[in-house]
Write a protein that binds this ligand. Structure first.
Ligand code: NAD
Length: 513
C-alpha cells in the first residue's frame, strides 16, 4: 500500500491487513465474497473487504431488531444527544475522512471534506429535530373525545447507497432515522467499502460509550446479492435506496410487492436555463461547477444547458475559457478541480456516449477524449465535454439518458416556454436552475407551468440540508434530509381517546337495538 493510503487508513483505525471484515452488528466480521477497493486515481488496490454471507446478514438483522427494542425506549432528546456526540466525532475526523472519500471515490478533497460536513450538518439538524418530532392534537366531532396523531419508530430501516456520495447519503438517512428511534442497516456501494467502514467505526464508538448496541447502525458490505436480500426482508419496513433508475425500479417493485415503504433517490438529468437578462458572471461559473464538479458524477450534475439565443455565443465562449483553465489530476492535491471517474467501466460509458453524440452529428465544442498523458493514464481520467447535438428532442436517448460523466449537451432557444418544455421533457426530475433577474420568469418557473423537478433553483445551483432533497418522476419521488423528510421514518397512529361516559359512534351512526 502506498504510504499516503496507509496513513489515511491508519488515521481512521482501518486495519492494514490483507482482508478487512466488512460486516458490523456490534462485532466486526465478514466471511462472504471479497470486494476490492480500487483507487480510481492510481489503480492501486487499497484493500480487500469481506462482505456479508446470507447468514451474517440474517444475524445483523436480528441484532438490529434487538437494538431497536432498546432504542425505542430511549427518549428522543437523549437519542439527539447521542447524535450530537456522533457529530463531534465526525467533525474531529472530517479532514482525514474527507481524504478517504477523495482516495476511494475520486472526488477532489474539498468536496470529500464537504461531504463529511453534510453529515455533520444533518446531525445538527437531527439533534434539534429530536425535540421537535411533534404529533398533532385533532378536534373530534364527538363530545369528550380527543384525537392524537402519534409518531412512533418503524423498527429497522435499510439504507442502500450509491458510490458517488459514500458518506453523506448514509448520514442523511441515519441521522433522521436514529432520532426517530430506528435501528439502521447500511448496505453501501461495493466499490466504496472503506468509507462505510470508517464511518461505522466512528458511530460504533459513540454508541458503545452510551450503552446503545452497535447494531443500531449495522453495516453489511456486499454487492447485488446482499442488496436483494436486504430489500426482500420482511423485517425491514422502510428501504431507503439511492442509486440508478434501473436498480431503483427493481428495488421499488420488490419492496412494494411485500407492502414495505420506500424512499427512492434515483438518477438525475438536470438542466440549467439561461435567459438574456442573466448575470453571466454568476451563471457561467455555476454551470461550470454543475457540469464538471465531481467529474460529472453528482446526481445533481448539470447535463443539459439551454441558452437563450441572445447570449448563447457569449456564454459558450466564457464557459470554454473556464474549461481550458481546468486543473486535472490527483484529487488529493490542492488546486485540482477535476479528478477521475470512479471506475474503468465509467470511462467506457463516457466514450460510448461521446461516440453516440458524434454518430448523431453533434458538434463537440471541447473535450471528447480520454486523457492520454502518462501521469493520468493509471487513473480513469476523461475530458469534460461540451456538445451541441444536432436535434433537440428530449425523448432522444442523447437528451433523456443520465450519463454519469462530465458531458454537457447544449441547445439554443428563443422563448422561455420552449426551454421549460425541454427541461420537463425527460423522464427524470431531480434538479434544475433558471438564470434570470425577471420576476415574471421566476413566477412562471416555480409555479404550475414551471419546472417539474424536486429542486427548482433561481440564480443559484445545488442544495442544502435544510430543505427536503429529492426528485420527481423517474428520480423516484423520494425526499431526504430537511423539510418534512423525517415523517417518513416513523409510523403514524391516529389515536382517538374517549374521556366521556358515553361511547357514541362517529358520523352520527345509530346502532342501538
Ligand atoms: P447503482 O444503482 O449501481 O447501485 C446503488 C446500490 O444498489 C449499490 O449499493 C448496489 O450494490 C445496490 N444494488 C445493485 N443491484 C441491486 C439489487 N438488485 N437489489 C438491491 N440493491 C442493489 O448506483 P451507483 O452507480 O452506485 O450510483 C450512481 C447512481 O446513483 C446515479 O444514477 C445517481 O444519479 C444516483 N444517485 C442519486 C442520488 C439522489 O439523491 N437522487 C444521490 C446519489 C446518487
Amino acid at each position: 500500500l502506498s504510504s499516503r493510503a496507509s496513513n489515511i487508513l491508519g488515521a481512521l483505525d482501518i486495519p492494514n491487513s490483507y482482508e478487512i471484515p466488512g460486516v458490523y452488528d456490534g462485532r466486526w466480521k465478514g466471511s462472504g465474497e471479497t470486494l476490492e477497493s480500487v483507487c480510481p486515481t492510481t489503480g492501486e488496490v487499497l484493500a480487500r473487504v469481506r462482505s456479508a454471507t446470507p447468514d451474517e446478514l440474517r444475524e445483523a438483522l436480528e441484532k438490529s431488531k434487538d437494538a431497536h427494542i432498546i432504542l425505542r425506549k430511549v427518549p428522543a432528546p437523549i437519542r439527539g444527544e447521542i447524535l450530537r456526540q456522533i457529530r463531534e466525532a465526525l467533525a474531529a475526523k472530517s479532514d482525514v475522512l474527507g481524504a478517504l472519500v477523495s482516495l476511494e471515490m475520486g472526488k477532489i478533497k474539498t468536496e470529500g471534506v464537504g461531504e463529511v460536513q453534510e453529515f455533520v450538518d444533518i446531525c445538527d439538524y437531527a439533534v434539534g429535530l429530536s425535540r421537535m418530532m411533534n404529533g398533532r392534537v385533532v378536534a373530534s366531532e364527538r363530545p369528550g373525545h380527543t384525537i392524537l396523531e402519534v409518531p412512533n419508530p418503524l423498527g429497522v430501516v435499510g439504507v442502500l447507497t450509491a458510490f458517488n456520495f459514500p458518506v453523506a447519503v448514509y448520514g442523511w438517512n441515519f441521522s433522521l432515522s436514529f432520532a426517530a428511534g430506528n435501528a439502521n442497516v447500511w448496505k453501501p456501494s461495493p466499490s466504496t467499502p472503506l468509507c462505510s467502514i470508517a464511518v461505522t467505526k466512528i458511530i460504533a464508538q459513540v454508541l458503545e460509550k452510551n450503552g446503545i448496541p452497535g447494531a443500531a447502525s449495522a453495516l453489511v458490505s456486499g454487492g447485488k446479492d446482499v442488496g436483494e436480500a436486504l430489500v426482500g426482508s420482511p423485517d425491514i419496513p422502510l428501504v431507503s435506496f439511492t442509486g440508478s433508475e434501473a436498480v431503483g425500479r427493481v428495488v421499488g417493485k420488490a419492496v412494494q410487492s411485500r407492502f414495505g415503504k420506500t424512499i427512492l433517490e434515483l438518477g438525475g438529468n438536470n438542466a440549467s436555463i439561461v435567459m438574456p437578462d442573466a448575470d453571466l458572471s454568476m451563471a457561467v461559473p455555476a454551470v461550470f461547477f454543475g457540469a464538471v464538479g465531481t467529474a460529472g458524477q453528482r446526481c445533481t450534475s448539470t447535463r443539459r444547458l439551454y441558452l437563450h439565443r441572445d447570449i448563447a455565443s457569449r456564454f459558450l465562449d466564457a464557459l470554454q475559457k473556464l474549461y481550458a483553465l481546468l486543473r486535472v489530476g490527483d484529487p488529493l492535491v490542492e488546486g485540482t478541480l477535476l479528478g477521475p471517474l470512479h471506475t474503468r467501466a465509467a470511462v467506457g460509458t463516457y466514450a460510448e456516449a461521446v461516440r453516440q453524440l458524434r454518430e448523431h452529428g453533434a458538434r463537440i465544442l471541447t473535450g471528447g477524449q480520454i486523457y492520454e498523458q502518462v501521469e493520468l493514464r493509471q487513473g480513469n481520467f476523461v475530458q469534460p465535454t461540451i456538445a451541441i447535438p444536432k436535434h433537440v428532442d428530449p425523448a432522444d436517448a442523447i437528451w433523456s439518458t443520465e450519463t454519469f460523466a462530465p458531458i454537457l449537451n447544449v441547445a439554443i432557444f428563443d422563448e422561455l416556454e420552449q426551454a421549460i418544455a425541454w427541461n420537463n421533457g425527460v423522464p427524470q426530475g431531480l434538479s434544475s436552475s433558471l438564470w434570470t433577474q425577471n420576476m415574471r420568469n421566476i413566477g412562471k418557473w416555480i409555479g404550475p407551468e414551471g419546472s417539474d423537478t424536486g429542486i427548482v433553483n433561481v440564480g443559484t445551483s445545488g442544495a442544502e440540508i435544510g430543505a427536503a432533497f429529492g426528485g420527481n418522476k423517474s428520480t423516484g419521488w423520494g425526499r431526504e434530509s430537511g423539510g418534512d423528510a423525517w415523517k417518513q421514518y416513523v409510523r403514524w397512529s391516529a389515536c382517538t381517546i374517549n374521556f366521556s361516559d358515553a361511547a357514541p359512534l362517529a358520523q352520527g351512526v345509530d346502532f342501538s337495538t
